[in-house]
Ligand binder design. Structure first.
Ligand code: MN9
Length: 305
């Protein structure tokens, strides 16, 4: 069993296979302040939907619009709210490795079960520089570590050979792979059978699972985590028609979310669930009135349990 292979030391929770929500960030006070009460409510909302874990401080959290102190607040608030109920993965990647190092220590102190990071980007680093970055960061806390690859946003991509080298660094247990090349993903799974390869695009989770992904980490779980639960359960019992039916339902909503802006749409849907999320930070614009109308209709049709 993979989960036995990566069973961490001490009182850490294992990163079991399944569906993890990439948390959004609720703001109050004109987006100046992290709304800690709403963040706690969002953690509970995800746990109620039976997600298998939380990915904190990722792309979905608007992380790269936040000062260091805000990132610390988010990591600590989520750890306090979850209180050991589900595994937590802290995304600490940044343009500056010094920031990543400091955040990794904050996450370890707050009780996180794993650390994850995008590669530093903007400057075009050489492969050996990036590998060195991961070797140092993954070695810093002793916690299990997941590479986060999202080439569409970072502009940084790794070949299968390079990713295999990263996956074999000390403490590295797996990868969050947000890319839609499932041929490449399957090759990676085949080359690294003991590593935990999480699929990052919610709209093709079933394809990822069929090609050997260990689990999924995504943004739309925040509002439809219970449907991912059903998809995973159907897949586990080889009920492919039910799994596909769930993926279709999931995607009906995702089409509209993408049309109106992923993060602001998810925030509005959570507003409708009673969790005040606030708008996204600038330069993101607020959701349009047309978007609100379209999403309210989808909420009523697809998310009223
Ligand atoms: O990594 C998320 N990626 C981004 C996960 O937000 C860039 C996904 O969950 C997407 O938001 C989702 C919708 O495209 O698949």
């Amino acid at each position: 069993m993979l989960s036995e292979i990566i069973q961490p030391q001490g009182n850490k929770m294992p990163l079991n296979s399944g569906s993890y929500a990439a948390l959004l960030t609720p703001y109050s006070n004109s987006r100046e302040t992290i709304n800690e009460d709403a963040l706690e409510a969002l953690v509970n909302h995800n746990i109620d939907q039976k997600v298998d874990g939380l990915y904190v401080g990722g792309s979905t959290a608007e992380t790269f619009l936040q000062a260091f102190e805000k990132r610390v607040t988010i990591l600590q608030t989520v750890a306090r709210s979850a209180n050991g109920r589900i595994p937590l993965i802290a995304q600490v990647g940044d343009l500056n490795p010094r920031v990543s190092n400091r955040l990794a220590r904050v996450a370890a102190d707050a009780g996180y079960d794993a650390i994850s990071a995008i590669p530093p980007f903007y400057y075009q680093y050489e492969w050996h520089e990036l590998k060195d970055f991961y070797r140092k960061l993954a070695g810093l806390t002793g916690l299990p570590f997941l590479i986060y690859s999202i080439p569409s946003l970072t502009g940084v991509s790794f070949s299968t050979q390079q990713m295999t080298e990263l996956l074999n660094l000390p403490n590295v247990v797996g990868l969050k792979n947000t890319a839609s090349d499932y041929f490449a993903m399957e090759e990676l799974v085949r080359a690294n059978p003991t590593k935990l390869i999480f699929d990052g695009y919610d709209q093709a989770v079933l394809a990822g699972l069929a090609m050997g992904a260990y689990g999924a980490i995504g943004s739309t779980q925040n509002v439809q985590g219970y449907k991912f639960r059903a998809l995973f359960d159907a897949f586990a019992t080889n009920d492919m028609p039910a799994a596909l039916a769930m993926q279709r339902e999931i995607n009906e909503l995702i089409v509209v979310i993408i049309e109106h802006g992923v993060f602001r749409s998810l925030k509005y849907l959570l507003d409708l669930e009673g969790i005040p999320m606030g708008d996204c930070r600038e330069p993101f614009h607020p959701l349009t009135e047309v978007g609100k109308t379209a999403l309210a209709i989808m909420h009523e049709r697809l998310l009223s349990r």
